[in-house]
Design a protein around this ligand. Structure first.
Ligand code: PLP
Length: 387
């Protein structure tokens, strides 16, 4: 039996075969520690890290010196909140974020609240957008950080990051964005954007799991409070032996993305529109969660009221692998905090499907998935489809 077609790229992506090939020598002969300075094993590893850093930086339009390697976007996000809250405590104790952030950001904020910080969770509109005016109005004298994700992992909404960053800069507040879902999917250039910190992850863009990065513009500020103490790697900010094969794979994934991304954006947007058209034509009660236009080209989130999405996914499981929402929250009994924030009620929230695909998905996969969802919905909601 063949394996189900994968439609959960926002949870993780398959490793590109070229990425794996690039990594393998660093598990074999070139296994050195990048901090060993007395022999060739160390020099090879150090050179590989340098090249990986250059490639990651090139995709972002950032100087390599501002890239700090981490274990992934969760660590990068944690690093920002814990390091800055320590370093800037004397300047203030107010943080602004949104109500639809990834759980790792929301839980950092919750923890900081317990230690005396004030956190403003900005609402979003029905399509999932933060209003930049709300950001402006929420800034206080003691605001030390604004953290708004670049794109939402569940509904794909792309936030007006450049506008928000401009506001932050004009008011002298540091600005962080979680771009785990955007890097490698949509091209942007940090050189032209008012962003101080940005989190990213390799396994969301065809790289290996367990490696990511934090772009840090104010390096000296970050160095005041290292987020992992130890041997002083990563300019003292993040100690620990570097994940050399992971960094090599991450760099290769960035290089591949830089070459193929523009064509993929167009191809994937077409597939998303095809999927939405097929579903909405046959399922009149279908609700779109998020925005069709201003969102990730690979992400479609819909609710089919009266269809229990857990049952639908179970029906599909031998043919298609997809999820109801975020991989980190989909085991909860509660429905998604993101769908709640855009105004979906419990019934709508519990009938949601997050369909996310990528460069290994073809239009035929999309058509087969749509056909099967439509067939199940018609068979189970007879009273709706008869009229
Ligand atoms: C996947 C994801 C994360 C977590 O990244 P890891 O590298 O798995 O820790 C954080 N934020 C967003 C928006 C994500 O999609």
């Amino acid at each position: 039996m063949s394996r189900p077609v994968y439609f959960d790229y926002n949870a993780t992506t398959p490793v590109d075969p070229a990425v794996l090939q690039a990594m393998l020598p660093y598990y074999e002969d070139r296994f050195g520690n990048a901090s060993s300075v007395t022999h060739i094993y160390g020099w090879e590893a150090e050179a590989a890290v340098k090249e990986g850093r250059r490639r990651v930086a090139a995709l972002l339009g950032a100087p390599p010196s501002q890239i700090v390697f981490t274990s992934g976007a969760t660590e990068s996000n944690n690093a920002i909140f814990f390091s800055l809250s320590q370093t800037l405590r004397s300047k203030g104790s107010h943080i602004i974020t949104s109500s639809i952030e990834h759980k790792c950001v929301l839980n950092c904020c919750k923890f900081l609240q317990e230690t005396g910080f004030r956190v403003t969770y900005l609402p979003v509109n029905a399509e999932g957008f933060v209003n930049p005016e709300d950001v402006e109005k929420s800034i206080c004298d003691d605001t030390i950080l604004i953290s708004i994700m670049m794109a939402n992992n569940e509904i794909g909404t792309l936030q007006p990051i450049a506008q928000i960053g401009k506001i932050a800069r004009s008011r002298g507040v540091l600005f962080h964005t979680d771009a785990a879902q955007v890097v490698g999917k949509i091209r942007f250039n940090l050189n032209e954007m008012p962003i101080d910190f940005l989190s990213l992850s390799a396994h969301k863009m065809y790289g290996p799991k367990g490696v990511g990065a934090l772009f840090v513009k104010p390096i000296h500020l970050m160095q005041k409070c290292p987020f992992i103490q130890g041997g002083g790697q990563e300019k003292g900010m993040r100690s620990g032996t570097l994940n050399v094969p992971g960094i090599v794979g991450f760099g290769k994934a960035c290089e591949i993305a830089a070459d193929s991304l523009d064509e993929e954006v167009i191809r994937q947007f077409k597939m998303k529109k095809l999927l939405y058209q097929m579903l909405s034509a046959e399922i009149p009660e279908l609700l779109l969660n998020g925005s069709l236009e201003n969102s990730l080209p690979n992400t479609l989130n819909v609710s089919i009221p009266l269809t229990d999405s857990v049952k639908l996914l179970s029906h599909l499981k031998n043919q298609f692998s997809l999820s109801t929402g975020s991989a980190c929250t989909s085991t909860d009994q509660e429905y998604s905090h993101v769908l709640k924030a855009i105004g979906r009620n419990e019934r709508e929230g519990k009938s949601s499907l997050r369909i996310s695909f990528g460069k290994f998905t073809c239009a035929n996969d999309i058509e087969c998935l749509a056909t099967e969802i439509i067939r199940y919905t018609h068979a189970n909601n007879t009273h709706l489809s008869i009229k």
